[in-house]
Design a protein around this ligand. Structure first.
Ligand SMILES: Nc1ncnc2c1ncn2[C@@H]1O[C@H](COP(=O)(O)OP(=O)(O)OP(=O)(O)O)[C@@H](O)[C@H]1O
Ligand SMILES: [Mg+2]
Length: 285
């Protein structure tokens, strides 16, 4: 297939409030942050914007509330070139939010779930799936999300799944990419203690799909069902704000893979995109 790769991204959109501080506050302590950003975010929205920057055509399936923050999120996506025609405006619930305290390598986050995106997943048709080359999924694996993934696999589309600390095996079987960080992989059922590469290989074989692990400043590794393993280092930095780093990495890896690049080049794209995001506060993917 030639031309830009078309990707359907399913998952969450929220409004982020990020404060950068030297430390995290103790009980009764009132701390002053060094910098603050209030901006649209959420893993699926960040990844969608990142994929556009990487040269893909992207349609997002998500939800926002019928409120000012939701409108900011939608405007941000449209400005960034994302097709928002499948983003549902939920009139019953407000836009989801995330509060983040970011301190160098540390990050504490609390999210407030709002607008319900499940009906947006339910509204995706086979024609919507046929209109794209690839489907990327991030978030809680609901039956409606599973239905879209099954539709995609049924018509021969590849699927990438961000695992985010959950066992996503149910959605992940078959050709495509599985993205997670090494700490999350270590907690998966059947993980090999102290052996991220072995765990990645085991899952790649079981799922018949590629497994890609990020290892913070240690770069990333890629295990294929054949048993092949590729490691890619990165430039270790002192992050300013890690919010969205994983999403930027995912966008780079997925785009590179859709363009037919080898694993090391895909990871290079992802790692460079992550460096760009984590060295600024509130940076765009
Ligand atoms: N200290 C660092 N130096 C260089 N790159 C880093 C550093 N910390 C994180 N990264 C990069 O940022 C990206 C995401 O970081 P990490 O591997 O910690 O995943 P994560 O915790 O799942 O991220 P997120 O919370 O955004 O999902 C990775 O691509 C990683 O290479
Ligand atoms: Mg992550």
């Amino acid at each position: 297939m030639t031309g830009a790769k078309r990707v359907l991204v399913l998952g969450g959109t929220n409004f982020d409030i990020i404060v950068q501080a030297e430390n995290f506050p103790e009980e009764h302590e009132k701390m002053r942050g060094d910098a603050c950003a209030a901006r649209p975010g959420g893993s699926a929205a960040n990844t969608a914007l990142g994929l556009v920057r990487q040269g893909c055509e992207v349609r997002l399936v998500s939800a926002v509330g019928d409120d000012a923050l939701g409108r900011l999120c939608l405007d941000d996506l449209l400005d960034g070139g994302v097709d928002t025609s499948l983003v549902r405006v939920d009139t019953a619930k407000r836009t989801s939010m995330a509060i983040v305290i970011s301190s160098g390598t540390g990050k504490r986050m609390m999210t407030f779930p709002g607008a319900d995106r499940d009906p947006a997943f339910g509204a995706v048709t086979e024609a919507d799936v046929r209109a794209v080359d690839h489907v990327h999924v991030v978030g809680v694996p609901t039956p409606r999300l599973g239905h879209v993934v099954a539709l995609a696999r049924g018509v021969g589309r590849t699927v990438s799944v961000e695992w985010n600390g959950r066992d996503m095996s149910g959605l992940a079987k078959g050709p495509g990419l599985n993205l997670m960080n090494a700490d999350e992989a270590a907690r998966l059922p059947g993980a090999l203690p102290g052996d991220p590469a072995g765990t990645a290989r085991r899952y790649a074989e079981r799922l018949s799909g590629e497994v890609i692990l990020t290892q913070g400043s240690g770069g990333a590794l890629w295990a294929s069902p054949s048993g092949a393993l590729v490691c890619e280092p990165t430039t270790a930095v002192e992050p300013v704000d890690r919010t969205g780093g994983g999403d930027a990495f995912n966008a780079g890896v997925v785009a590179g893979w859709l363009f037919g690049e080898p694993p090391s080049a895909c990871m290079r794209r992802g790692l460079d995109a992550a460096l760009h995001v984590i060295t600024k506060i509130g940076a765009h993917p």
